[in-house]
Design a protein around this ligand. Structure first.
Ligand code: ASP
Length: 412
């Protein structure tokens, strides 16, 4: 008999987790069966989260160095760089703004207080700091000995060093080919390991859900439904209105014409939940259907597949606010700004593979002192939301390539 696909397995794991968890919540609180099952599922779930945390740094590092080094020197390099990065940052900022706005209006997760997080939340107050201190610390944390940054899991410093290393590899060209190849292989290996970890996802998700449902308020699921609706609504808003509007205003390419040209890549992204797997299709659409110059598409699309993720950025910001609501904490303006920036960094750092956003989410939560374990709550809906957010990620890359192509045209 053929094994069901990983997507199906994860769904089955989630359903079984819910059913067993509900079943267990009917057992007497101190029964041995309940104690043993809770201990086992707690252990399995934590191990799964540990595995995800284990690959975070190698993934961020190799995916950014290789993404940046994929650039080849060509004419107008400087302008292409600036306009590409400018658009990436701008569109991700818009999507995060949209997520924060929608979360404020609909407030998913509000009114629920999960006892489970009380321990993790105890240090919350201690992490607050004034704006000036925050910026001093932020700036101070950017340039760090890369070995220390890698060892300590300092994502921001790793991102910055990876960018610098990527640029120096481009400048060095052939001389450093071996190092670049080594890093490419490391990236492949790390992605392979993530693939293995994801195979454990059905079990890990089941275990986490059993523990969650058996020890938690079932009203959580109603609240999760609202979160899912907010994320989907905001993703559609960004993908169907914001991005096409920017494209139309600047290049006069109509949304219908764009979608017709981009359709193959959007559908592939939706089905694979991976910007990287979709990359060959995205490039084909940009060059052949949307008539972007190969030099521009060859630069913007691969870079975008690694660093430009509007959907992921939107999701990470919405998730952080959702979890804050869930644990009953009102994030102040400063903390929301931190979420804004870390969501962008987390989206940039997330490689284009399924559920990568979930791995880098840990950083966003920790930046405002929210418990990293809370991603357990999002796991059951992550794969579902990954489809749409990956499609929006890929759409952003194609819109970016069209814009850069437009700006690079010789002016009459
Ligand atoms: N799956 C997404 C992508 O490949 C990344 C994410 O998990 O958000 O673009």
């Amino acid at each position: 008999m053929k094994m069901p696909s990983l997507n199906t397995q994860i769904l089955i794991g989630a359903i079984l987790g819910l059913v067993f968890g509900l079943g267990m919540s009917t057992l007497a609180p101190d029964s041995a069966t309940r104690e043993i099952s809770l201990y086992t599922s707690g252990l399995l779930g934590t191990l799964f989260i540990d595995l995800l945390k284990m690959v975070l740094i190698p993934l961020v590092f190799t995916s950014i160095v290789v993404g940046v080094a994929n650039l080849q020197a060509h004419q107008q390099m400087h302008r292409v760089w600036m306009s590409t990065l400018g658009f990436f940052v701008f569109s991700m900022a818009l999507s995060i703004g949209l997520a924060l706005f929608a979360s404020h209006i609909f407030r998913p997760g509000e009114g629920l207080h999960l006892a489970m997080f009380q321990n993790a939340m105890q240090g919350f107050e201690a992490k607050q700091m004034p704006l000036a201190d925050f910026f001093a610390q932020f700036l101070h944390g950017i340039f760090v000995n890369p070995i220390a940054a890698l060892a300590q899991g300092n994502v921001l410093a790793v991102v910055v060093f990876a960018l610098i290393l990527g640029i120096s590899l481009i400048i060095g060209g052939e001389r450093y080919r071996n190092i670049l190849n080594l890093l490419k292989e490391l990236l492949e290996i790390t992605m392979q390991i993530v693939g293995w970890i994801m195979r454990l996802a059905p079990l890990g998700i089941m275990a986490l859900l059993i523990k969650l449902v058996a020890t938690q308020d079932v009203a959580l699921l109603g609240s999760l439904g609202k979160f899912v609706a907010v994320v989907i609504g905001t993703l559609l808003m960004h993908g169907l209105v914001v991005l096409p509007l920017i494209l139309y205003l600047i290049t006069k390419v109509s949304p219908l014409k764009f979608w017709r040209g981009a359709r193959e890549a959007l559908v592939t992204a939706f089905a694979t939940s991976s910007s990287s797997a979709t990359l060959p299709v995205t490039l084909r659409c940009a060059e052949q259907h949307l008539h972007v110059k190969p030099a521009v598409a060859g630069f913007v699309i691969p870079l975008g597949a690694t660093v430009n993720m509007d959907g992921t950025a939107l999701y990470e910001a919405a998730a952080a606010l959702f979890i804050a609501n869930l644990v009953g904490i009102e994030l102040n303006l400063m903390q929301q700004l931190i979420v804004f920036f870390t969501a962008m960094i987390a989206a940039i750092g997330a490689p284009g593979i399924p559920s990568a956003g979930m791995v880098t989410m840990v950083m966003v939560l920790q930046s405002v002192g929210l418990p990293a374990e809370a991603i357990a709550i999002l796991l059951p809906v992550d794969r579902l939301l990954d489809t749409l957010r990956t499609a929006v990620n890929v759409e952003g890359d194609m819109v970016g390539s069209l814009l850069v192509n437009h700006w690079m045209k010789p002016k009459p």
